[in-house]
Design a protein around this ligand. Structure first.
Ligand code: ZN
Length: 121
């Protein structure tokens, strides 16, 4: 019998093996709940986003320091997926041109910041 595919595997098939906030390709991606588990967000294709570990950690760090921004980013993720579902090429390009480079640089700054605090200890 064939094993049923997980929501994460299905997301990879539908949206590609890449981080949905940075566009970076990676075989190992985390499943991120767009609506949080605590808020009854289900682990489904609809409620899922694929994120690289570094980016996923950054996003949840953001949740603590700027919850409003965290919610906005999640709304963006949901909209981005909808644009792909509907084949809205112009909006997809706009998102990828504006969001991807921005998040790549934010995640890098965050990672460098963490390394710096590690060295200080
Ligand atoms: Zn998450």
């Amino acid at each position: 019998m064939k094993r049923k595919k997980s929501p994460k595997q299905k997301l990879k098939i539908l949206y590609g093996c890449r981080d949905m906030l940075t566009g970076l390709k990676n075989k190992t991606l985390d499943y991120h709940h767009i609506i949080k588990k605590e808020d009854d967000g289900p682990k489904t294709i609809e409620n899922g986003a694929l994120l690289e570990r570094k980016c996923h950690e950054w996003l949840h760090y953001f949740e603590i320091i700027d919850p409003e921004m965290y919610h906005l980013i999640n709304e963006c993720l949901a909209l981005y997926k909808k644009c792909i579902d509907l084949g809205h090429i112009k909006l997809i390009q706009q998102y990828e041109n504006e969001i991807f480079p921005e998040v790549v640089s934010l995640v890098d700054q965050h990672t460098i910041g963490l390394q710096k605090t590690k060295f200080k200890l």
